[in-house]
Design a protein around this ligand. Structure first.
Ligand code: SF4
Length: 240
């Protein structure tokens, strides 16, 4: 089975909470998030390899976990399952980053005991999805899928994080409140600091980066609904 890989990072201390991880970026995505930093890269770079070749390309000197990311990794279902199985056989915990559009892939990973941590992006308020991330499905459908992922994870003791990148001027307190209300059963809700510098959409490059205090206020709003809330900034992760 072949995997389409855009990139590998041998060691990351930020992609798998509390672990040093190797991150595999799979090719392709079904969204066009205006703030995305790596969409261009994952669409333009594509190397075909087997799972064994992929793992032979990773330097495991420091990493003790695997993160499968993208792009949207679940677009390559067999590859994701192959990578997770291989990683588990080697004894690594596995995390997947997903935009939530393919819960059936998460279901299969859970069924085969191949996943420890699922991080689901909630891009914006669900009624704004189609317009915001230029995806095919409407927000109602995506909401159902994200709720299904949360339910599957909770029923099977797989840690599930939901996370939103907060973009000032484009989003407001109401957006975070609405999202937090919807994903209230997740294990962790993270509000991430938007970084304009490498945004995919040039208009978003002109928007300001939200201040830490602003994110903390948003965190307090989210905390009314979700037990565990953090904010993630360029200076680190802070509990709310
Ligand atoms: S941030 Fe959006 S566009 Fe970028 S890789 Fe993730 S889902 Fe795709």
């Amino acid at each position: 089975m072949k995997v389409l890989v855009s990139g590998i990072v041998d060691l990351s201390t930020i992609d798998y909470p509390k672990k040093a991880s190797a991150v595999i970026f799979l090719h392709g995505c079904n969204m066009k998030c205006p703030y995305c930093h790596n969409l261009k890269y994952v669409l333009e770079h594509k190397k075909e390899m087997t799972v064994e070749e992929l793992f032979n390309n990773i330097d495991f000197f420091f990493a003790d976990a695997i993160v499968i990311s993208g792009g949207e990794p679940t677009l390559q279902k067999d590859a994701v399952i192959g990578i997770a199985r291989y990683a588990k056989e080697k004894g690594f915990p596995v995390k997947i980053d997903t935009n939530g559009t393919n819960p059936e892939v998460i279901e299969e990973l859970i069924k085969d005991n191949l996943i420890d941590y699922v991080a689901v992006d909630v891009k914006c308020r669900f009624d704004r999805y189609k317009d915001f991330v230029k995806c095919r499905e409407d927000g109602k459908e995506i909401k159902k899928k994200i709720l299904k992922i949360i339910e599957l994870c909770k029923a099977n003791n797989v840690f599930v994080e939901c996370r939103t990148t907060y973009v000032p001027r484009v989003m407001g307190k109401d957006d975070i409140e609405e999202i937090a209300k919807t994903v209230k059963d997740c294990d962790l809700y993270a509000i991430q600091q938007f970084e304009p510098k490498d945004a995919y959409d040039d208009e978003f490059k002109k928007l300001p980066m939200p201040k830490e205090d602003e994110l903390k206020e948003l965190g307090k709003i989210a905390k009314k609904y979700v037990d565990n809330v953090v904010i993630r900034t360029i200076n680190g992760t802070f509990e709310v």
